[in-house]
Design a protein around this ligand. Structure first.
Ligand SMILES: CSC[C@@H](O)[C@@H](O)C(=O)COP(=O)(O)O
Length: 340
C-alpha cells in the first residue's frame, strides 16, 4: 500500500498526502506546504476518514508553528475544515496542549514529534481493533459474507483501518471473508477506495450499490455488517457515512449482527446522544453533477448530509482498541480505562 500520510524532511519539511480524489485511476501525491493547503485537502477529501483527518491536521499545524500564536491560529483554522469527525478536534486539542507545554524556541520540532506520535499511536489502535474484531467474528463460518460501507482502511487511518482492519485480520487468520462493499454514494468511497484496498490485499470483494444491500442480506449472503464511525456519543449512537443507518435497519430486519469499529479517539463522551452530533452538509454539485457528469436538472434543489446517525439500539457491538462492548457499556469502559 502507498503511504496515505507522510511528513517529508525534518522540522522544515512538508506534508505529503496520497490524493484520494484521484483514486483508483491515478496514484498521485499532494504536497502540502501551508496550513491552507492542508485545510483544502481535508475539505475536498483528498485526505478523509476520521483518524486520517486528525493525523493530517496535527501535521498541518507544524507548517505554521514559527510562534505559539501562529500555531494556535493554525489549530483554530484547521478545526473549521470539517465538522463531524471528532478525531480532528481530539488531535488539535492534543497539539494545543503541546503548544502550551513546549518552549517557543523549538516549537516546530516539538509539534512534529507530537504529530508523529499521534500518527504512530493510530497505527497501533488499528491493529488492536483488528484483533478484537476478528475475535468477536471468529464464529462466522469460513467464507461468510461481510458487508461494509464507505472506506475504513489504510486510506482512512494511520494503520490498517478500523472496520477494514477487522476484515483484513479475518483474512489473515484464514476465515476467507467475502466482502460486500457498498459503493457509498455520492462520493463513492466504497467503490473507489475500499475496492481498491481490498483488491490490493487479495481479499475477495464484491461491489454493490448502497440500495442493493437489503436485497443482498435478504438473499442470505451476509453473516455480519461492520462499519467505521466519525463520532460516537456516550450512549453508543454512532455517526458514520450517509447510508450507514439504512444498512443498520436492513441488518436488524434480517437478523444480521451489525458492528461499529472505532478507536477511543472517535468517541465524544461530552455528548449524551447522537442527536447532538454535528452533521456536515456538503455542496449540491456532489449529487447533481458527481464526478463532472450532470445527472439532475440545473438548479435542482438538493439536501446532501454527508453523515447519518445509527441509533445504539441497532448496534450489536462496538469494537475498540480495548475490546468489544455493548453500545450502552462502551462509555463506562472507556472512561474507566482512561482513569487508570
Ligand atoms: C476509519 S474511517 C471511519 C469513518 O471516518 C468513515 O466510515 C467515513 O464515514 C469517512 O467519511 P469521509 O467523508 O470519506 O471522510
Amino acid at each position: 500500500m502507498a503511504n496515505t500520510i507522510e511528513w517529508i524532511g525534518d522540522a522544515g519539511g512538508f506534508l505529503r498526502l496520497l490524493d484520494q480524489t484521484k483514486l483508483p485511476t491515478e496514484t498521485t501525491y499532494l504536497d502540502c506546504r501551508t496550513v491552507e493547503d492542508v485545510w483544502q485537502a481535508i475539505k475536498r477529501l483528498s485526505v478523509r476518514g476520521a483518524p486520517a483527518i486528525g493525523v493530517s491536521a496535527a501535521y498541518g499545524v507544524c507548517l505554521d508553528a514559527g510562534s505559539k500564536e501562529s500555531a494556535l491560529a493554525a489549530c483554530d483554522y484547521l478545526a473549521t475544515s470539517r465538522p463531524t469527525a471528532v478525531n480532528l478536534f481530539w488531535a488539535l486539542d492534543r497539539i494545543r496542549h503541546a503548544i502550551e507545554k513546549h518552549e517557543a524556541s523549538r516549537l516546530v520540532a516539538s509539534l512534529l514529534e507530537e504529530a508523529k506520535a499521534i500518527h504512530a499511536e493510530d497505527h497501533d489502535l488499528c491493529a488492536a481493533i483488528g484483533r478484537h474484531g476478528a475475535d468477536a467474528l471468529a464464529d462466522l463460518p469460513t467464507g461468510a459474507g461481510v458487508l461494509t460501507h464507505c472506506n475504513t482502511g489504510a486510506l482512512a487511518t494511520g494503520g490498517d483501518g478500523t472496520a477494514l482492519a477487522v476484515i483484513l485480520e479475518l483474512h489473515r487468520r484464514g476465515h476467507e471473508p467475502k466482502v460486500y462493499a457498498d459503493e457509498t454514494r455520492p462520493l463513492l468511497q466504497g467503490a473507489r477506495l475500499t475496492m481498491w484496498e481490498l483488491m490490493e490485499r487479495g481479499v475477495d470483494a464484491t461491489l454493490i450499490t448502497d440500495s442493493m444491500n437489503a436485497q443482498v442480506m435478504r438473499e442470505g449472503r451476509v453473516g455480519a455488517v461492520i462499519v467505521g464511525a466519525d463520532r460516537i456519543a456516550a450512549n453508543g449512537d454512532a455517526a458514520n457515512k450517509i447510508g450507514t443507518y439504512a444498512a443498520a435497519i436492513a441488518a436488524r430486519y434480517h437478523k444480521v449482527p451489525f458492528y461499529v469499529a472505532a478507536p477511543s479517539t472517535t468517541f465524544d463522551l461530552t455528548l449524551t446522544s447522537g442527536d447532538q452530533i454535528p452533521i456536515e452538509q456538503r455542496a449540491d454539485e456532489e449529487i447533481t453533477c458527481g464526478f463532472g457528469k450532470q445527472t439532475a436538472p440545473v438548479g435542482a434543489k438538493t439536501y446532501n448530509p454527508a453523515f447519518d446517525v445509527t441509533p445504539a439500539e441497532l448496534i450489536t457491538g462496538i469494537v475498540t482498541e480495548r475490546g468489544v462492548f455493548k453500545p450502552g457499556e462502551v462509555a463506562a469502559a472507556l472512561s474507566s480505562a482512561q482513569a487508570k
